[in-house]
Write a protein that binds this ligand. Structure first.
Ligand SMILES: NC(=O)C1=CN([C@@H]2O[C@H](COP(=O)(O)OP(=O)(O)OC[C@H]3O[C@@H](n4cnc5c(N)ncnc54)[C@H](OP(=O)(O)O)[C@@H]3O)[C@@H](O)[C@H]2O)[C@@H](O)CC1
Ligand SMILES: Nc1ncnc2c1ncn2[C@@H]1O[C@H](COP(=O)(O)OP(=O)(O)O)[C@@H](O)[C@H]1O
Length: 491
């Protein structure tokens, strides 16, 4: 599991580590890692300018500038000469770095204005440097985090920040490097470079986690509970879990099918469908494995429900029925507007930004500007797990590290993809995962399936569902490669 930590936790770990090593060691290690990263992402001998702020972030930049000045033309722009990192400044001067007053004219800019000590937004002269960068569009490498973002909140609330093409961070990821909207401005692609400076043993539980292709332990632990004593084969369909789908409506018949196909593609052993006669007949026609029920009183036993995708006016009644069964429930789409004040069963709420905005009675733009804050608010408000869909889907449960999903493709933003996701999540719930694990596992395989099915081009939600079983198999077998799970070249 990939991890991010809050600024306070990073500072506490840094203090503990610093007491064990010679003074200045951490900054030297950070600067060496930064210099190597600059060589890698901006190779050659072209000029580079380092923007240097008043804190240790500027110190990292100055030591890296000194190292690179042996190989290429290096300039430094100092925000406030009266408050510059003294040893770093001597090192840069001794190495022959040229002093400049702005990044104007440079093709490569290293942003060492502020790191984890920065308040959101930029002060002079960094705000003017930002304007120059915006006008000239050089290649920007951020030191630790892009300057001006809100590091813990992962927002760009200050309004003024320096977008980066690449980021080199130290010790652990920070929230702003994994969670949107800040993360989208930290790097082109998925992940910043993480330099190991020996902080790990001193770090507490993370604030953010992300599943990775290389780590299938969570998947195996959920699948393990559905397999026989030797962990080899499912004992029978009921031990794998039965998922009930009460989705779709006359107006949105396709949502029923997509949700069912999602549910079938996950680990559960059986899918029941609950809906009116015509819809049930269409579902069974297309998915003959499904057992359909038209009378809620005769709905059959399930281990989890999925309710609401394309549910229209029927969503409220279906949700009430599902909640009677005292099993975990995925609450999606139309059902989200009918949630009770509190739930007596484990629940996974799966809104997109617009749906979450309606639930919380705020503007959609407010949710998009601060997805982590709003998902956390909803999780606390309903004491439930919230899966907030987006380019980097969040899964937030009260009192637990939030999870962010790093699989997927921009092509996944297609009609019906959310219905498939709700079905997959229901399947994991029925197989025994708790809502937080079910949400994270479903988002991961759904995103990876989109990459496999899309091949870099447009894809339909049905094809995403079809690709899910293969992704689960590859992940389970340890053959899923990190490069196969995300396609973010277009972002
Ligand atoms: N922790 C670790 O493990 C390691 C940490 N390391 C490095 O240290 C960095 C943290 O250094 P840090 O604590 O000195 O804070 P930093 O980010 O330089 O910012 C504070 C300075 O900026 C100023 N300032 C504030 N807001 C501003 C704004 N909006 N616009 C402009 N200026 C602003 C603020 O001024 P003040 O508010 O005091 O007037 C203060 O002077 C960290 O990110 C990493 O790079 C590595 O060396 C090794 C391992
Ligand atoms: N820019 C994007 N990049 C990657 N995935 C995205 C992006 N935007 C949305 N998604 C994903 O696409 C799916 C869309 O779901 P949703 O909004 O519910 O659509 P629908 O209601 O049509 O099914 C979600 O899984 C979401 O995480």
């Amino acid at each position: 599991m990939l991890q991010a930590h809050t600024v306070a936790d990073v500072r506490a770990a840094e203090a503990a580590l610093m007491s064990q090593v010679p003074p200045g060691s951490l900054m030297r290690w950070a600067a060496a890692g930064l210099a190597a990263y600059v060589r890698e992402v901006a190779p050659g001998s072209g000029p580079v300018v380092f923007l240097v702020g008043t804190g240790d972030n500027g110190g990292d930049a100055l030591f890296a500038a000194a190292e690179l000045a042996r190989e290429r033309f290096v300039a430094v722009a100092i925000a406030d000469p009266s408050r510059v990192h003294v040893e770093g400044s001597y090192a840069a001067q001794a190495a022959g770095c040229r002093l400049v007053d702005s990044p104007r004219g440079f093709g490569v800019v290293v942003d060492g204005v502020v790191g984890i000590g920065g308040a959101p937004g930029l002060r002079p002269p960094a705000d003017a440097w930002r304007a120059t960068i915006e006008a000239e569009r050089p290649f920007v490498i951020a030191v630790d985090v892009p300057s001006g973002v809100d590091v813990d909140g992962a927002t760009v609330a200050g309004g003024s920040f320096i977008p980066a093409d690449a980021t080199c961070t130290f010790g652990t990821y920070k929230n702003a490097l994994l969670v949107d909207p800040a993360a989208g401005w930290a790097v082109r692609g998925a992940l910043p470079r993480l330099i190991d400076i020996g902080l790990t043993p001193y770090l507490p539980a993370p604030s953010i986690e992300a599943l990775q292709a290389a780590d299938n332990r969570l998947l195996l632990s959920v699948l393990g509970s559905t397999l026989d004593q030797r962990g080899e084969a499912p004992t029978q369909k009921y031990t794998r879990g039965v998922v009930g789908v009460a989705a779709g409506s006359t107006a949105y018949a396709g949502a029923a099918l997509l949700c069912v196909r999602g549910a079938q593609s996950g680990p559960a052993g059986m899918v029941r469908f609950l809906g009116e006669q015509d819809l049930a007949a269409r579902v069974v026609d297309r998915c003959p494995e499904v057992v359909a029920h038209t009378d809620p009183a005769e709905r059959g036993r399930v281990q989890a429900w999925v309710v609401g995708s394309g549910g229209g006016d029927e969503a409220a009644a279906r949700l009430a029925v599902a909640l009677e069964d005292e099993v975990p429930v995925v609450v999606d789409a139309d059902a989200l507007q009918h949630v009770p004040d509190r739930f007596d069963v484990p629940v996974l709420l799966t809104p997109h930004a617009g749906e979450l905005a309606r639930m919380l009675d705020v503007e959609r733009s407010a949710v998009e500007a601060d997805p982590l804050g709003h998902a956390t608010r909803a999780a606390e408000r309903w004491e439930a797990t919230v899966l907030l869909k987006g380019a980097r889907t969040l899964v937030v449960a009260p009192g637990e590290p939030a999870r962010v999903n790093l699989t997927g493709s921009p092509w996944l933003a297609t009609a019906g993809a959310g219905d498939v996701l709700a079905g997959v999540a229901g399947s994991f719930l029925a197989a025994g995962a708790d809502p937080r694990d079910a949400g994270a596992l479903a988002a991961f395989v759904h995103g990876a399936a989109a990459v496999v099915a899309s091949g870099g081009g447009p894809v339909t939600a049905s094809r995403v569902a079809d690709a899910v079983p293969g992704v689960i198999a590859a992940w389970r077998n340890g053959t899923l490669d990190e490069s196969q799970v995300r396609d973010w070249r277009d972002r």
